[in-house]
Design a binder for this molecule. Structure first.
Ligand SMILES: *Cc1c(COP(=O)(O)O)cnc(C)c1O
Length: 369
């Protein structure tokens, strides 16, 4: 028999996934109110206006400096790793790798036959690996927030020789973590995390140096499939289009979330709201003898994806299935990490009060399991 958590302890919304993440009801209302745009051409004004709203909104929300431009294409952040490998790394990349996602991009550049072997700086899961100035690399790459472990790193350009560019995987950080985009040249993300939309797209805020780098590499004769060409994506984005057909429903969900974040107070508001949720979660864990924040250094604990280890005598799998039976979903650890752990998405769409309610639900279950 599953345990029944009393209704007054339950969160108002039980979606705490780390991506896909909770979609706000207001976004779904926006989708319904604009249903007439669905099923219309992505080369005509209604959909192009939507792409323009997204590009302008992201520019404002993230405080993009003059000259930076918002580009987008199909395929998600995973596709952007291949785009970047082909169009942004000139000879050699340096990667900070401290989890699954940072590791996957490092593998992508390391396997590219036209590049020198990548320099990969690693850290144990739960810690952060930091970029280091190096004379022989032309591209630095790091996650902003490592979704698989719940560790975050500030966006900082390594000092050192001019001309190197910085690529930041902001898939789970963009829109929720503070950033100064002058510290990076490509700040890229998918919309199904802090932007609470569906997956399938990538967006990248590119500096003039990144745009110039792509133009030069693609003109140099390196073979780049059209689908993975950054210059092609830039050309299309400037026209408020994508190379091939996008999911229009995703664009509607994304546009509404960007405008909602701006209306609430922008990135500062969003970052503070996520930090409040994180304080609730980590503060709770620190007061329980059977729960420990997985990330040891407090300043590296993500304010958007919180990971909490449970003591061995408490089976996280059992807690997860009891939570799910009560409508509280997706707080499982990243599968390859294989820890006795809860992982909680605390993106801006999630109410801090709901994070507090989640902790009360876990207390209730742990007392009874
Ligand atoms: C989710 C995630 C990805 C992969 O995004 P897709 O849209 O599934 O390609 C990459 N990097 C980070 C940091 C992520 O959180």
């Amino acid at each position: 028999m599953p345990l029944t958590i009393p209704t007054h302890l339950l969160p108002t919304d039980g979606r705490f996934g780390s991506g896909p993440s909770k979609v706000r009801p207001g976004q779904v209302d926006h989708l319904v109110a604009n249903a007439h745009v669905l099923g219309t051409s992505h080369r005509k004004a209604p959909v192009k206006d939507l792409v323009r709203r997204i590009r302008e909104g992201v520019t404002e929300l993230l405080g993009a400096p003059d000259g930076y431009e918002v580009t987008l294409g199909n395929g998600g952040a995973t596709a952007f790793w291949d785009v970047a490998t082909l169009c942004l790394v000139e000879r050699k990349a340096q990667h900070a790798s401290f989890g699954e996602f940072g590791g996957k991009f490092a593998t992508a550049t390391s396997r590219a036959p036209f590049l020198d072997p990548s320099q990969v700086i690693t850290a144990e899961p739960g810690a952060v690996a930091y970029l280091e100035p190096a004379d022989d690399v032309d591209t630095y790459a790091t996650p902003h927030n490592e979704t698989s472990t719940g560790a975050m790193a500030p966006v900082l350009r390594p000092s050192g020789p001019d001309g190197a560019i910085v690529l930041t995987d902001a898939t789970s950080g963009a829109g929720a973590l503070p950033v100064d985009l002058r510290q990076t040249d490509a700040y890229y993300f998918s919309p199904q995390k802090a932007f609470a939309a569906d997956g399938g797209l990538w967006l990248a805020v590119l500096s003039p140096a990144a745009v110039e780098r792509a133009a030069r590499i693609e003109a140099s004769g390196r073979w780049v499939p059209e689908f993975l060409s950054l210059t092609t994506a830039i050309t299309n984005s400037r026209l408020d289009q994508t190379l091939n057909t996008p999911a229009v429903a995703t664009l509607l969900l994304l546009a509404d979330q960007v405008e909602w974040l701006l209306a609430q107070g922008g990135l500062k508001w969003s970052a503070e709201r996520c930090a409040t949720s994180a304080e609730i979660l980590y503060g709770w864990a620190e007061k329980r003898p059977w729960a420990t924040p997985f990330v040891a250094r407090p300043e590296e604990r993500s304010t958007v994806v919180g990971t909490i280890d449970l003591a061995d005598e408490i089976d996280a799998g059992r807690v997860l299935s009891e939570l799910r039976a009560n409508g509280v979903q997706d707080v499982f650890a990243y599968r390859k990490l294989g820890r006795n752990q809860l992982r909680v998405g605390m993106f801006p769409a999630v109410e801090p009060d709901d994070v507090a309610a989640l902790t009360e639900c876990v207390d209730y279950l742990v007392e009874r399991i």
